[in-house]
Structures are given as structure tokens and as C-alpha cells.
Design a protein around this ligand. Sequence first.
Ligand code: NDP
Ligand code: 8X3
Length: 259
Amino acid sequence: MAESLTNQIVLITGASSGIGAACARQLAATGARLILAARRLEPLQALATEIQQHQSADVLTLVLDVRQPTAVSDAINGLPEAWGAIDILINNAGLSRGLDKQYEAPLDDWEAMIDTNIKGLLYVTRAVVPGMVARGRGHVVNIGSIAGRQTYPGGSVYCASKAAVKSLSEGLTLDLLDTPVRVTNIDPGLVETEFSLVRFGGDADRAKGVYQGMTPLTGDDIADVILFALTRPPHVTVSDLLIMPTDQASVFHVHRRAQ
Ligand code: NDP
Ligand code: 8X3
């Protein structure tokens, strides 16, 4: 039987936009209780208000920078009692910075990507998963990328960070083998979110160009698949998925129509 998500406590990192916000909206409709985490309070609060009003879901917002290990463990350990037993963790917070050559890129960009996409994901996992193991239930969803499977020019460090996510998903699966806790790795292709805007430092025209002439995925497309994985019966693990726009065959092959 499909797993019900009603009253399950879900922590979504990077819930203030894009894929994370889409997951929040879809999970709210299932009756799950949501902890929405990100650095920006305003979009988190706006989303929480929207979800509470339209779906009367139970929502807690958490201003959190996943790059700060002490802040992460304090935030998780300090959750109100009614929210502490996290059933589902969606490790979604992540970003790319620039498209510079490996021998030219600004060091700050590397730090941001490695600290967020690899170390941040690890810090949150380290804070949440012991409770899942102790309670004998839980599901971790890691958001990787097609960029973790194929490296493109100027993408060295972002691609490496997403290859690391894939390894971390595999490692966590192995480490949890003698427990009921499940791990799902999701690798999306091009999804139109704030991702490219962040990558190109707020340059909206350049960001728009990434999706020009093709139909990208939406955050909802990825949330659909995550919901599918989360609702499989307990003996089924959707372990590793690549989700692509129909207009994309690889990081190098995107079908664009003349406009
Ligand atoms: P968005 O930029 O729309 O969302 C990224 C989210 O991550 C935001 O909510 C942002 O919130 C949060 N975030 C960034 N840094 C931190 C941090 N240090 N601490 C906490 N939260 C943080 O992009 P997407 O929705 O597209 O990205 C979500 C995930 O999907 C990322 O891991 C990305 O790498 C991955 N992905 C995206 C693809 C795409 O084409 N868009 C394809 C494949 C994978 P805030 O700024 O408020 O902290
Ligand atoms: C995001 C997809 O191809 O822009 O991870 O890196 S890509």
C-alpha cells in the first residue's frame, strides 16, 4: 500500500524558492507537517502564509544557513517538541556560481558551492538522520543534478559538488542498510527556477537565455517525482532517478526552437 504522508514531519532545505517551494506546496496538500528552511525569511514567510491559508497545513519556518554546522545542529536539536521527530528530509538547498574556467574562477564561488552543496547537505544529514535511526523510520531525499553525471565547460566545481551528492547518497544508503530508513537521489536536468539567476549574479537576461527556445522542467515536475518516491510502500526504495526535460538529452544536447 502507498505510504500516507499525513502528519509526517518533513524538513525541506532551500524551501524559499524553486524546487523546494514546489515540494512544500505539494506536500502541504498531502497533510504532511512542514519545516521550511532557507536563509531568506521573507519568501519563507510568504510561502508559509500561502500554504496555511490555502491548504490549512501545519508549517514552521526556519531561517537557516546550511553552511553553518553549529547553527544547523542547534536548529535541529532546538526544534519545538512537536516538530523534533523529523520523518522526511529533503536535502535541496544548493546553488551554482558562475561558469568560469577551473584555473580562473573566483575562490569565493568555489567556497559557496562546496560549502552549500556538499558540506551543508552533510551537516543537515548528520543532524537529522540519527533521530530517524533511533525512531526506526525515515526517508532522506538528496537533490543532485545531471551535472553530477556529466561535466560541462566552466562547471567543474558545481559538477563536482553534484557528483559528491551522488556519492553521499550511495554512502548513506550503505550506512543505513540495516535500518528501515530510505535514501532517494534525484538528479534533475534543466529546471527553470532562480538557479540561473543566482549562477549569473542576478543577470536576468543571461538566466533567461539558459531556457531559451526549449521547454525546461518546473519545480513542480521535480516535486511530483519526489512525492512518488515518498509515497512508495516501506519495502520499496526509489534509489536514484534522472529527470530530464524532453527537450534535453544530455548536458550538451538541448533542442531549441528558433524564436
Ligand atoms: P533556487 O535558486 O530556486 O533555490 C535554491 C534554494 O536553496 C533557495 O531556497 C535558497 O534559499 C536555498 N539555499 C541556497 N544556499 C543556501 C544556504 N546556504 N542555506 C540554506 N538554503 C540555501 O534553485 P533550484 O530550486 O533550482 O535549486 C534547488 C536544488 O536543485 C539545488 O540543489 C540545485 O543545485 C538543484 N538542481 C537544480 C537544477 C536546475 O536546473 N534549476 C537542476 C538540477 C539540480 P535562500 O537563498 O533563501 O537561502
Ligand atoms: C542544474 C542543471 O545543467 O544547469 O544542476 O547544471 S545544470
